[in-house]
Design a protein around this ligand. Structure first.
Ligand SMILES: [Fe+2]
Ligand SMILES: [Fe+2]
Length: 163
């Protein structure tokens, strides 16, 4: 669980880094993204800490998520500001699903991990809602774009559990 969660938070920081590299500084979307990115960094730091405490190795796919995450962020931001928000909408929808499933699996077995995941899940849902309120759903090709990104996230999650 820690391996896939750390991979996801790492990917999130890379997506936002890709978007921030492209978005005009000071546009409203860039400000939203910068704030969300700092929360992803906090999530990542926490999972890094837990991984070293519990001696869990990171996914071997990290170098791929580094490049793929940045590329996804950059490409969506090049498409448009709203497409960048649609990317957040899609990614956070899958992360919410993933964390909810983990919380069900953990139950009362690991209160420390469960409380972190529950807290981060709240923030991911907030990110999704911020993106929607800022116009994510008005992005050109929203249904197809978000379906494709969500499918990609699900594949990345399954791979990071295994490798
Ligand atoms: Fe996160
Ligand atoms: Fe997030």
């Amino acid at each position: 669980m820690l391996r896939v969660d750390q991979a996801g938070e790492y990917g999130a920081t890379r997506i936002y880094a890709g978007q921030l590299a492209v978005l005009r500084r000071n546009c409203p979307e860039a400000k939203l993204v910068a704030r969300m990115a700092s929360q992803e960094q906090r999530h990542l730091d926490r999972f890094n800490r837990l991984m070293s405490d519990r001696r869990v190795r990171p996914t071997a796919l990290q170098p791929i998520w580094n490049v793929a995450g940045f590329a996804l962020g950059a490409v969506t931001a090049v498409m448009s500001e709203k497409a960048a928000l649609a990317c957040t909408d899609a990614v956070e929808t899958e992360i919410d699903r993933h964390y909810s499933e983990q919380l069900r699996q953990i139950g009362a077995d690991d209160p420390e991990l469960a409380s972190d995941i529950a807290e981060f899940r709240e923030e991911e849902i907030e990110h999704r809602d911020i993106a929607r309120e800022a116009g994510a759903t008005t992005a050109l090709g929203y249904p197809l774009l978000t379906a494709a990104i969500r499918a990609g996230c699900r594949v990345a999650i399954e791979l990071s559990k295994r490798i």
